[in-house]
Design a protein around this ligand. Structure first.
Ligand SMILES: O=C(O)CCC(=O)C(=O)O
Ligand SMILES: [Fe+2]
Length: 549
């Protein structure tokens, strides 16, 4: 990155940070801080120590969790990651015992377990020795032989620990419904790619769930054929319209449930400063699967709320499960191994906070990656009135109560293979705190119907309360974009409306963590300067509908 670009990026960050720090009520900020500390994974010591462990020595055994280490900066760059190494160190939250100490303690409580297993238990339990010990004691999955072994020769895999070691002559055990999904999720060590090779592993490391063979096979094939018939006329130009103004190497189009909505979309829905013109209506099979998909998602959300989220309650601002419905979908086509999409999170503007996205994959199996970029904050309520005097102000830091920059420790990434006819649910905490990508492949297994193509449909629930005529316009007269604070501790997770123009890309470079798109791949872009700089805090009720002043 050139010096000028670096300065511009720094200036932009300062602007967002100053905005996010401004007008901090001292009393609320301590509450916000507590929330962040409660729900951000506190695994700093664990994480740094774990890097010294040779986790990557695991053998390449199918069906189990595997870790891969990225040796060099080049390796990371080639993956399109934006890991900023100079941001390491510094402020790291609370003091914590070292991993070695915790391992020793856990080992004294569970003397029969191998060091690898103990380490994985600690990871699973976010570094809590007592929880790890309880989990080990309560698990029926440890066969005596495994308990007695001092090391696991082939694979220090969480799944080998947590799944019963199976007699191949016996039927498979029922799904392990009793194993609790941790919240927050454990950190994936920096520079590591954790290959989640079975669907059951996915929710233990990512805010997603994977459901293979979701549709009846004939329906999936029919849907694939319909999508393949649409795909040749998809455009690349649209990526910039949903915050992907890089030559993102795949094609896409936008679908809505009926013509009335298509007309509304063509008129008013803005993506990165433009309206989408190519709006299509759902294909017959999309219509056909929607009732089934909606009821499946609702039941999954209901069960996730009771089993995963704190106090068995839905996250603040999350739509109640029964209200989740499909209004629209992006359909993506990846033609060949090299087509991909870079790191991004999906734009929240019309979806609102804590949105849930249902993603169906068809045709060639490809690798989906997820990486956490900010903690999941449970209560993101903006506790004071939006202050219009902040509008457009390239603010300096304000006063002693101004927030400290959150030193987010870069994490590794999870890799999930999405086969034909799989459903991936990106859950409520996914867009605000994680980024996702489709990784370029070296080679692919051609699909009997799709050849080298992969089709993906991301079904979405647009909110009536966030229609373009309802959301704030900036001083340029354009509808704003909805974003979250990701860098300032006391404002972490708060929402704000901002000018679209400052959100557009041009050729160059970018490293603004507050953006929805990490521009790691080809055709690097840089944020366009200009715009009116409008920023105003966004307030939402418990169910995520906006509260307007
Ligand atoms: O192709 C995929 O699985 C991901 C697509 C995606 O991220 C999107 O449509 O926003
Ligand atoms: Fe996406």
């Amino acid at each position: 990155m050139s010096k000028n670009n670096k300065l511009a990026a720094q200036k932009k960050r300062n602007f967002f940070e100053a905005f996010a720090k401004s007008k901090a009520p001292v009393v609320e900020s301590s509450i916000a801080k507590k929330q962040v500390l409660e729900y951000a994974p506190n695994t700093t010591a664990l994480r740094s120590n774990i890097l010294k462990e040779d986790i990557s020595n695991d053998e390449d055994t199918p069906g189990i969790l595997q870790m891969e280490h990225h040796e060099s900066k080049e390796d990371i760059d080639s993956l399109g990651q934006s890991i900023e190494e100079n941001k390491e160190g510094g402020e790291e939250g609370e003091e914590e015992e070292s991993t070695d100490f915790k391992l020793a303690l856990l080992s004294s409580l569970q003397p029969s377990l191998s060091p690898e297993t103990l380490l994985e238990l600690l990871l699973t339990c976010n570094g809590s020795v007592s929880s790890a010990s309880k989990l080990a004691s309560s698990s029926s999955s440890l066969s005596p032989s495994k308990k007695q072994s001092t090391s696991i020769p082939t694979q220090s895999s969480l799944s080998t620990f947590l799944s019963p070691l199976q007699d191949p002559n016996q039927p498979p055990p029922p799904p392990q419904s009793t194993r609790k999904i941790p919240f927050p999720l454990p950190a994936i060590p920096k520079f590591k790619t954790l290959h989640l090779t079975t669907p059951s592993q996915v929710p233990y490391y990512t805010p997603a769930t994977l459901h293979p063979s979701f549709l009846p096979p004939d329906t999936a094939n029919q849907l694939l054929r319909e999508c393949l018939a649409e795909a040749p006329s998809f455009g690349k130009y649209e990526f910039r319209l949903f915050e992907r103004n890089v030559s993102s190497p795949h094609t896409a189009s936008f679908f809505v449930k009926d013509e009335e909505m298509a007309i509304r979309h063509r008129r008013g829905y803005m993506y990165n400063g433009s309206v989408l013109e190519d709006i299509r209506t759902f294909t017959p099979t999309m219509h056909k699967i929607i009732p089934h998909l909606e009821s499946f998602i609702r039941s999954q959300l209901t069960s996730r709320i009771s089993t995963v989220y704190p106090h068995g309650q839905k996250l603040k601002h999350m739509l109640p499960p029964q209200k989740w419905h499909i209004t629209s979908a992006f359909m993506n086509c990846y033609d060949g191994a090299k087509q991909s999409v870079g790191w991004h999170s999906d734009q929240l503007t019309y979806l609102g906070p804590r949105t849930v996205i249902a993603s169906i994959s068809l045709g060639v199996e490809r690798e989906f990656r997820l990486r956490r970029v900010a903690p999941v904050v449970v209560d993101t309520t903006v506790p004071f009135e939006p202050d219009s005097s902040l509008d457009g102000k390239e603010g300096e830091e304000e006063g002693g109560s101004a927030g400290k920059q959150w030193k987010w420790q870069s994490e590794g990434q999870a890799s999930i293979h999405l086969p034909h006819n799989s459903l991936l649910i990106m859950h409520a905490e996914c867009q605000e705190s994680w980024k996702h990508s489709i990784h370029p492949a070296n080679n692919i297994q051609p699909h009997p119907i799709a050849g080298g193509k992969r089709i993906n449909i991301t079904f979405r629930c647009y909110r009536e309360s966030l229609r373009p005529d309802k959301i704030p316009k900036c001083k340029c007269g354009v509808g704003c974009v909805l974003k979250t604070v990701q860098r300032v501790r006391e404002r972490m997770g708060w929402y704000f409306w901002g000018c679209q123009v400052g959100n557009q890309w041009k050729d160059g470079d970018n490293d603004d963590n507050n953006d929805n798109y990490d521009n790691g791949g080809e055709g690097k872009g840089k944020k366009k300067e200009g715009g009116c700089g409008y920023l105003v805090w966004a307030k939402f009720d418990d169910d995520g509908d906006p509260i307007w002043e």
